[in-house]
Design a binder for this molecule. Structure first.
Ligand code: PRP
Length: 186
C-alpha cells in the first residue's frame, strides 16, 4: 500500500474554491444570456471544475470534451499537443467556452484556441480555474480566471500527482514538493 501524500501547503480550501466557482458561473451566465453556449472542457484536469461550474450556470448549455496530451519532451517547445479525444460535434456557429483547470506555459491553450477558431465557432472564450503566470511562454488571454497561483506543484480538484489525487476537493502542495526553504518556514 502506498503512503498517503502529506499536505505541505494548502493553496485553496474547498470553501474558497466553491465560492469562486459560483462567482464565475454567475458571471458566465450573465455574459451568455441569449447565446448558444457550448462548454468545451479539456480532460482530464478540468472534469471536476467543469462539473461544479455547470451546476451553477443559469443558462442552457451544451457540453463537449477534448482530451489532449503534450508531445514528448523533444517537441514540447513547439507547443504542439496531441488530441487523444476530439469533440463529438461541430462547433460551427456555437458560442464556445473552453474550460481548463490550469494555464501554465500557455502552450496547450495556444494550440487549442487555434484549432477551435479554425472550426468557425460564433465566438470563443477561455475560462481557467487556475493561472500560473510565472510559467508563461506564450501569451494567453483568459476571459474568466478563478485564481492566480504561485509557481508551485498544485494537486487536487482535478490536478493530479502521478495520476492520483484529482478527487481532493481542495488544492494543495504536497510536502515532498515544497522547496527546502519553504519547509523551513513552517
Ligand atoms: C495540464 C492542464 C492543461 C495543461 C496546461 O494538463 O490541464 O491542459 O497542463 O499546461 P500548459 O499551459 O503548460 O500547456 P496535463 O498535461 O497535466 O494533463 P491532464 O489534464 O490530463 O492532467
Amino acid at each position: 500500500m502506498d503512503k498517503k501524500l502529506e499536505i505541505g501547503e494548502m493553496l485553496l480550501t474547498e470553501v474558497t474554491i466553491q465560492n469562486r466557482v459560483r462567482e464565475l458561473a454567475w458571471q458566465i451566465s450573465h455574459d451568455y444570456e441569449g447565446k448558444r453556449l457550448l462548454v468545451v472542457a479539456v480532460l482530464k484536469g478540468a472534469f471536476i471544475f467543469v462539473a461544479d461550474l455547470a451546476r451553477h450556470l443559469q443558462v442552457p448549455a451544451a457540453f463537449d470534451f477534448l482530451a489532449v496530451c503534450s508531445y514528448g519532451s523533444a517537441t514540447a517547445s513547439s507547443g504542439e499537443v496531441r488530441i487523444l479525444k476530439d469533440l463529438d460535434e461541430s462547433v460551427e456557429g456555437w458560442d464556445v467556452l473552453l474550460v481548463e483547470d490550469i494555464v501554465d506555459t500557455g502552450l496547450t491553450l495556444n494550440y487549442l484556441t487555434q484549432s477551435l477558431w479554425a472550426r468557425r465557432p460564433a465566438s470563443l472564450r477561455i475560462c481557467s480555474l487556475l493561472d500560473k503566470p510565472a510559467r508563461r511562454q506564450v501569451p494567453v488571454k483568459l476571459d474568466y480566471c478563478g485564481f492566480q497561483i504561485p509557481d508551485k506543484f498544485a494537486v487536487g480538484y482535478g490536478l493530479d500527482f502521478d495520476g492520483r489525487y484529482r478527487n481532493a476537493p481542495f488544492i494543495f502542495v504536497p510536502a515532498e514538493c515544497l522547496t527546502e526553504g519553504e519547509k523551513g518556514c513552517d
